[in-house]
Write a protein that binds this ligand. Structure first.
Ligand code: PHE
Length: 479
């Protein structure tokens, strides 16, 4: 079906509701769940963070997820095109659609560093393949302390990789090519096929690793860490801001990914139940990932607050001292790669859909151009670990004075631009867009959940996001 392969928003559709939900779960479940969630939870006091995070997902994330998918499904265009249609039909200013540009830019920037991190994942897939091969060749496939390395040498793998821009560049390029290839194949033959194959494999691997971890690791310590909130910490502005930012990032919200995917959903799809499923699945994966990672980390006496290095340094070191660790490490990084690629395609699709629509270009050309673009801009993040390690691009922004390029792009997009863009979406849907157009799209029954959703989207989302943004940026206001 050549029409599908080269289809712009407005022509392409998922083959079923299940395909839509799977693709959207694929977008949501990603490095955000495996790499960002555990590291944020670890750095922000465990249970306190998890509690606030779950509240953010239920009260802000899920209602916004419904809002985004309905903007897309109503408009059946790119993110900006769909916002423009709803604004026009509601008699509102076209400026509302222009605001969607914030999300478009944020997501493109996220893609630039996402691909760098996913490149590390690919590098670890390659090294763990080598370790497994070595362990098998030595006749002891299930031994710990494999590949003749000491734990210190395993820990050194990450700084060694970071110090080597050439190596990082190769894996960033490979990941960028895979992402671009899938998006170039189209919505049905590319994005949907990837989700339908990779997501079930992801779930199987996750269940397997969690079971392994529960058996060989310290499950009790991990559960205490994740589920015992310290209420003192839970009300600290940084914890609130981090949890909100994480909810946006993990649910693919704010930047329009869910608008883009909603645009390919059919008229029959019930958007509210789909949004509920997506939010639930994403949160469940984050928590289960925590239950897969922390028992191993605790059982070898390592610290949970290693931050972003948790997945790439602490965890490999922990695997290394576990029975069968080489195989489990391989399974874990393959799983992370599957999760990453079904997310990166959604990040790219937002821009591709808009450029195809706006400039009437073909899908393959558009994907290739934007693919090259995010690869090149990604080099800024990549070099921030080595060549540009001492550059601090945002000395004037509170909280970002010491951020490297990588931290700056991650922090500004996740903690600032996505919530800001989500705030605008909530105001647009809660107050500006015509209720007669919006409400039937939700699939919610008027007497029951519709008023609840309306209250959340019109009041809770804008107020909570605005307050958290304000205090997150200016903690001195309340201290
Ligand atoms: N949700 C993805 C993850 O958790 C990342 C993402 C953010 C994807 C924004 C699309 C849009 O990894």
């Amino acid at each position: 079906m050549a029409g599908n392969v080269n289809s712009a928003p407005g022509q392409a559709h998922w083959s079923s509701r299940a395909a839509f939900v799977l693709a959207a779960v694929g977008s949501a479940v990603g490095l955000g769940n495996l790499w960002r969630f555990p590291s944020e939870a670890g750095a922000n006091g465990g249970g306190a963070f998890v509690l606030i995070y779950v509240l953010c997902v239920a009260l802000i994330g899920a209602p916004l997820l419904l809002a985004e998918t309905l903007i897309g499904r109503h408009g059946q265009r790119s993110t900006i095109g769909s916002a423009a249609i709803l604004a026009k039909q509601s008699g509102a200013s076209s400026g509302w659609a222009a605001l969607a540009v914030i999300g478009l830019i944020a997501n493109f920037l996220i893609l630039t560093f996402y691909s760098v991190v996913a490149g590390w994942v690919l590098y670890y897939v390659a090294t763990s393949l080598g370790d497994v091969a070595g362990a098998v060749a030595s006749g002891q496939p299930f031994a710990g302390a494999y590949a003749g390395l000491t734990t210190e040498q395993v820990r050194a793998q990450m700084p060694d990789l970071f110090a080597d821009p050439g190596k990082m560049l190769i894996f960033h390029a490979v990941f960028a090519i895979i992402t671009t290839f899938i998006v170039a194949r189209g919505v049905k033959s590319g994005i949907e096929v990837a989700a339908v194959w990779l997501m079930p494999a992801f779930f199987l691997l996750l269940i397997g690793i969690t079971a392994y971890s529960a058996v060989v690791g310290d499950l009790a310590a991990a559960a205490a860490f994740l589920f015992q909130p310290d209420f003192q910490r839970a009300i600290q502005p940084q914890v609130l801001n981090s949890a909100l930012g994480q909810a946006f990032f993990s649910l693919s919200l704010g930047g329009g990914a869910m608008v883009a995917y909603g645009a390919y959903a059919s008229r029959e799809t019930n958007l509210s139940s789909s949004a509920g499923t997506i939010a639930f699945a994403d949160t469940a994966v984050a928590i289960v990932a925590g239950l897969a990672i922390f028992p191993i980390v605790f059982s070898v006496g390592l610290s949970p607050d290693a931050g972003p290095t948790l997945m790439f340094q602490t965890l490999p070191a922990a695997f290394h001292s576990m029975p069968g660790g080489a195989l489990v490490a391989l399974a874990f990084f393959v799983l992370a790669f599957f999760a990453a690629v079904t997310s990166s395609v959604s990040l790219l699709e937002i821009g591709v859909g808009w450029v195809m629509e706006r400039f009437k270009l073909g899908r393959v050309l558009t994907s290739s151009l934007l693919g090259l673009g995010f690869f090149l801009i990604g080099l800024v993040s990549l070099f921030s670990f080595n060549i540009w390690a001492d550059q601090r691009p945002l000395p004037f922004l509170p909280g970002f004075e010491n951020a490297t390029w990588f931290d700056a792009i991650d922090g500004v997009t996740g903690k600032l631009l996505l919530p800001l863009s989500g705030l605008i979406t909530a105001i647009f849907i809660g107050w500006v867009a015509d209720k007669k157009l919006v409400d039937p799209e939700t699939g919610l029954r008027p007497g029951r959940f519709l008023p609840l959703w309306r209250a959340l989207i019109a009041w809770v989302c804008p107020l909570a996001v605005a307050l958290i943004l304000l205090f997150g940026l200016f903690p001195q206001l309340i201290s």
